[in-house]
Ligand binder design. Structure first.
Ligand code: BG6
Length: 513
């Protein structure tokens, strides 16, 4: 157990959770305003920011989607979802709801965007909001190019000089489905928006413990000297889930685990674990260092793919003692689907620091437990002076950065077991966030919305990173699609297990501790 002393804050007051900087009046337009993401994630996050006085004042929050409805119906709908999720203070809701508006839009009709522009101008005049605008695309990715292009044509992407009248567009993954489509999307968005106006969300980056990786590595002197091929045997980056495909078969059948988890979340965790220290903790410098990691990724050795790539799909099994069906029996999934729901990749980073250190990236649905962690496995002691006295192996040190369920850092090492007999006992030193630091009330969506209002790109993908990540994953996807056509390499694992047989040994090792 470790105790915490008082915190040191960054220049813009990051320790004060909800007072991060200059929150300028703005309008947030949520395309897909009548949809699930808006109702379940975005509005609750905005409400949470509001009750902590962390939203700009004044602010307009405008839902925009195809359905025609009045402001009042829009608000009632959101209220219904909100009370299912959080405790709502009636007075605060009344104040918050005054900031909510609705405007129906036809996504592929230019006039509709001109009407939206007029509507926003009207709100600016009425409510004294400035012409700062965030356009959040809570819509299927097929609409990103359509909406992006129309916003540009309607003049809604134009910014003033020196940071006045900003216009920002927020998109969620997937950013394309391979390298070519990612470049095409980029071309269309960049026709209207500059890179600094585009915010590509990866919700893993907004997780507190994920952000902590850089603090642990670079705000301490004791870890960094060991953080390299001389001391580290291998690294595991694991995100397993109990959930199956749920109601998202349409999307998942096209995506599979490699597009759904690897191209984005696992690549970000890999970059944070492996990158060099940036000269300053500012978004551009951090992104530069991440990009160098992606650039140094050794293309996966496809000829030797059995050692580097394991793919699986869940079959029927038990989760929490309840029987669950296999992937192929999920509604919306084709009965002979070859979509992988599990993958383990062994990747190498071809640079001085990491030469020959394997990084095992693992993710799967319907596994035994939900867990996200980074395992740094140190090397064995080079010489054991205890070998004549002790018959047991000396377990090598291991540092675990736990992201879920426990937000923790734990270091395991050997101690002497008390008593006359010479024997070793492995122990762990744990730092658990929740035991010493009051739980942050900032969820991932609060973080990204706030950072977007502030124009801080730290928690978002930059386009060169997106493309490099696709450059690495696309050949793997192509290879998988070919070999899966031959049904060679897809291994079935029972729901509730630790994945396919072939990966068990490594998974068992990584899941320990
Ligand atoms: C999403 C994936 O990006 O991340 C989902 O599309 C996955 O399939 C989810 O379930 C996992 O996120 P978390 O935060 O629950 O680990």
């Amino acid at each position: 157990m470790i105790s915490a002393s008082s915190a040191a804050c960054s220049a813009y007051g990051a320790c004060d959770l909800f007072a991060k900087g200059d929150l300028r009046p703005c309008s947030i337009v949520i395309f897909g305003g009548s949809g699930d993401l808006a109702a379940r994630k975005l509005i609750p996050a905005l409400y949470n920011l509001f009750i902590h006085d962390a939203l700009p004042d004044p602010i307009n929050i405008v839902g925009a989607s195809r359905t025609v409805m009045s402001d009042e119906v829009f608000k009632d709908r959101l209220y219904g979802f909100l009370i299912e999720q959080v405790e709502v203070d009636q007075q605060r809701w009344l104040e918050f709801s005054k900031k909510l508006f609705y405007q129906a839009i036809t996504y592929d009709n230019g006039d509709s965007y001109l009407e939206l522009a007029d509507f926003l101008d009207g709100l600016d005049q009425k409510n004294n909001t400035l012409k700062n605008r965030m356009f959040y695309l809570a819509v299927p990715p097929s609409l990103y190019p359509v909406i992006g292009a129309h916003l540009g044509q309607a003049g809604l992407a134009v910014e003033g000089k020196d940071g006045e009248d900003w216009a920002r567009i927020v998109v969620e993954k997937p950013f394309g489905r391979d390298l070519d489509s990612a470049r095409e999307l980029e071309r269309i968005l960049h026709d209207s928006f500059n890179e600094h106006q585009i915010f590509r969300i990866d919700h893993y980056l907004a997780k507190e413990t994920v952000q902590n990786i850089l603090m642990l590595r670079f705000a301490n002197t004791i870890f960094e000297p060991l953080w390299n091929r001389s001391f580290i045997d291998h690294v595991g980056i694991v995100t397993t889930e109990k959930l199956g495909v749920e109601h998202r078969a349409g999307y998942y059948e096209q995506s599979g685990v490699l597009r759904d988890m690897f191209q984005n979340h696992l690549m970000q965790l890999l970059a944070l674990t492996a990158m060099e220290p940036p000269s300053h903790f500012v978004a551009e410098r951090v992104q530069d260092e991440k990009v160098k990691v992606f650039r140094a990724l050794k293309p996966l050795n496809i000829d030797n793919h059995h050692d580097n790539l394991i793919l699986g799909q869940y079959a029927a099994g038990m989760i929490d003692n309840q029987p669950v069906c296999g992937y192929r029996d999920e509604s919306g999934v084709t009965p002979d689907s070859l979509t992988p729901t599990f993958a383990m990749l062994r990747v190498y980073i071809d640079n001085w620091r990491w030469r020959n250190v394997p990084f095992y990236l693992v993710s799967g649905k319907r596994m035994e437990r939900k867990e996200t962690k980074i395992v740094i496995q140190f090397k064995n002691v080079p010489h054991s002076m205890f070998r004549n006295v002790l018959d047991e192996n000396i377990l090598a040190n291991r540092l675990i950065l736990g992201v879920y369920p426990e937000e923790k850092i734990s270091l395991s090492f050997q101690t002497k077991n008390p008593g006359a007999k010479e024997c070793l006992r492995p122990v762990t030193m744990d730092f658990k966030y929740n035991s010493v630091i009051s739980k942050t009330e900032l969820g991932a969506y609060e973080m990204v919305l706030l950072d977007c209002i502030l124009g801080d790109h730290m928690l978002f993908w930059r386009q060169d990173g997106v493309e490099l990540s696709w450059s690495f994953i696309t050949p793997v996807l192509q290879f998988c699609e070919n070999c899966l056509m031959n049904k060679d390499d897809l291994q079935f694992y029972p729901a509730g297990s630790l994945g396919p047989e072939k990966s068990q040994e490594m998974i068992n090792l990584l899941m320990k501790g």
